[in-house]
Design a binder for this molecule. Structure first.
Ligand code: SG4
Ligand code: ZN
Length: 263
């Protein structure tokens, strides 16, 4: 419920203190994907990821997650196909994770929780001229979700993990270049679920075409431990708070359907 979400998150981040800024909409995220209720849509196209590692710029601890930011002033790194009518530009990716391996993802599949979830955030530069504008509009954003499971070490992720101690505190930024986000995708990107939803943090606008990968990726417990060593707090604060449980609780389907690209 909205009450429990406020309760959980007000402990971890001041962004969530006070009344939740839910616009009272019918298309909020995240959700539980009920596999047997998802509907195969043969019209869904394969996804095309065209990422240029040279557009990678920096890592920023924004006090809620860490963002790996990309230059989105041109169409150098884009996502197209799938349910999308236009190419969407990559602007950043970030993760959500738990304090233990038993939870942490925002979406779930048949109620199954994952220890973390990757979000690659793209915006529709064909239709809108600014990211800030796309955030407010229908078909403004496309977010790819990838579940993380604990298993063997992820070689591609390690370069990022090695850079994280430099952004331990809130508001710290470090240069980070030549990182290919495609290395974080599962081997099979053609099987996915898609539905119309919202951002999972304020402003919670219902501008997101969610595309959730069926296949997960594996990372090691030690790699997730480095995520958990980050802080919600700045260097000046007396009481330091570990960056964990930075997920929103699940929202009602309210009559929406989840479509799948596979049978
Ligand atoms: C995280 O808090 C990111 O730090 C935010 O990035 C992001 O907001 C927010 O999650 C919501 O994104 O894919 N989980 S989500 O729905 O991308 C935006 C920033 O604040 C607008 C830049
Ligand atoms: Zn997210």
């Amino acid at each position: 419920s909205a009450c429990s979400s406020k309760y959980v998150l007000s402990h971890v981040h001041p962004m969530w203190q006070g009344p939740l800024a839910v616009p009272g909409g019918d298309k909020q995220s995240p959700i539980d994907i009920v596999v047997r209720k998802s509907v195969f849509d043969p019209q869904l196209k394969p996804l095309t990821f065209q990422y240029d590692p040279r557009t990678c710029q920096q890592i920023w601890n924004n006090g809620y997650s860490f963002l790996v930011e990309y230059d989105d002033t041109s169409d150098k790194s884009t996502l197209s196909g799938g349910p999308l009518q236009d190419p969407y530009r990559l602007c950043q990716f970030h993760f959500h994770w738990g304090e233990s391996n038993a939870w942490g993802s925002e979406h779930t599949v048949d109620r199954r929780l994952f220890p973390a979830e990757l979000h690659l955030v793209h915006w529709n530069a064909e239709r809108y001229s600014l990211f800030e504008e796309a955030v407010m509009e229908e078909n403004g954003l496309a977010v790819i979700g990838v579940f993380l499971k604990v298993g063997k070490r992820h070689e591609g992720l390690q370069k990022l993990v090695d850079a994280l101690p430099a952004v331990r505190h809130k508001e710290s930024v470090v240069e980070f270049t030549k990182f290919d986000p495609a290395c974080l995708l599962p081997t099979n990107t053609q099987d996915y679920w898609t539905y119309a939803g919202s951002l999972t943090t304020p402003p919670l606008t219902e501008s997101v075409s969610w595309i959730i990968m069926k296949q997960h990726i594996e990372v090691s417990h030690d790699q997730l431990a480095v995520f958990r060593s980050l802080l919600f707090t700045s260097a000046e604060e007396e009481v330091q708070k570990s960056m964990v449980n930075n997920f929103r609780v699940q929202q009602a389907m309210k009559g929406r359907t989840v479509r799948s690209s596979f049978t």
